[in-house]
Design a binder for this molecule. Structure first.
Ligand code: CP
Length: 317
């Protein structure tokens, strides 16, 4: 594997999940693989889980890690080619990226959608420039349109907790005060579709995701109907995708909050969320604290997902 940005990059999903579960049994088995190798993690946006889990995964493999928070201590970076740099940005990404490549063997990048231009966001301008100009294997730590390390961890978690071979997975939109990118729901849909599970996506009208990611999932605007018989409920907020409202918050209706009454409609579904989560906006306290909630093991699997990806990137093809 040369780069990791989407589900296609990981190849056969069953093999990948089995490899991850094998790593989980003994995560220190491959410490020689990363000896004298350096991982650079570049964050254009904040993180708790991705930062810690990826760093831990690299350490499990014997790697050294360097973390760069672009907005704290580094020169402000220009990302557009052709601009006259007479403003507050001191360095262009086109020099910064190859320079970063000089100091490491592999680069992880977090770069969210900015909601300034759908074309720029969905063109993955920043991630693609790292792939093109760094000369190093690059993996996404959440880009504008996808969060594959999260989705891989989600899939591992579903494999661990599922009670039937083909569970019903419901991804539900839930309210949030701010405009959030579509990366997590896009990616989750992409991975669950690829896994071949039944996927139902429920959201208010106006929150339709890019059909490329929805794939063969069923979309239901009736959240309660969607929850019926669910084995997993995956809650997430996202901003509108469709024009002319791209990146906007259209709805903060707390009738969409996941609560115990709705969970009672499911097949004793497990509750999942990528975290961080806004309690009593996305999900009520009692649901996230209930035995049905698996948000902590889900977050723990971020380390295993990251280690599987890093191991593959370290392994010569
Ligand atoms: N789920 C997730 O990516 O968390 P962080 O934003 O804290 O990394």
């Amino acid at each position: 594997m040369r780069h990791f940005t989407c589900v296609q990059d990981i190849g056969d999903l069953k093999e990948a999940v089995n490899e991850a579960l094998d790593i989980k049994k003994d995560r220190f088995r491959f410490t020689a693989l990363g000896k004298n190798k350096t991982l650079l993690m570049v964050f254009f946006n904040s993180s708790l889980r991705t930062r810690l889990s990826t760093q831990k995964a690299a350490m499990n493999l014997g790697m050294n890690t360097i973390v760069l928070d672009v907005n704290q201590g580094a020169w402000k970076l220009e990302t557009e080619r052709g601009v006259v740099m007479d403003g507050d940005k001191s360095e262009h990404l086109l020099e910064a990226i190859p320079v970063m490549g000089c100091y490491c063997d592999m680069i992880g990048v977090r770069s969210f959608a900015r909601f300034e231009s759908k074309e720029e966001d969905y063109g993955e301008q920043i991630l693609e420039q790292f792939i093109r100009y760094s000369g190093r294997p690059v993996f996404s730590m959440e880009a504008a349109t996808r969060h594959p390390l999260q989705s891989f961890a989600d899939l591992i978690t579903i494999e661990e907790y599922k009670r039937t071979a083909c569970p019903k997975v419901v991804m539900t939109w839930a309210p949030h005060p701010k405009a959030l990118p579509q990366a997590v729901p896009n990616s989750f849909a992409e991975w669950i579709n690829a896994a071949g599970y039944e996927l139902v996506i429920t959201h208010p009208e106006g929150y339709e995701l890019d059909p490329v990611f929805v794939g063969h999932a069923r979309v239901d605007y009736d959240q309660k109907r969607a929850f019926e018989g669910a084995d997993f409920v995956y809650a997430k907020n996202w901003a509108a995708y469709a024009d002319p409202h791209y990146g906007q918050v259209l709805n903060k209706d707390r009738n969409w909050t996941v609560d115990a009454g709705k969970m009672a409609l499911t097949n004793e579904a497990r509750f999942m969320h990528c975290l961080p989560v806004r309690r009593n906006m996305i999900v009520t306290d009692d649901v996230i604290e209930s035995p049905q909630s698996i948000v902590i093991p889900e977050a723990a699997n971020r380390e295993i997902a990251a280690q599987t990806v890093l191991k593959r990137l370290l392994t010569p093809e």
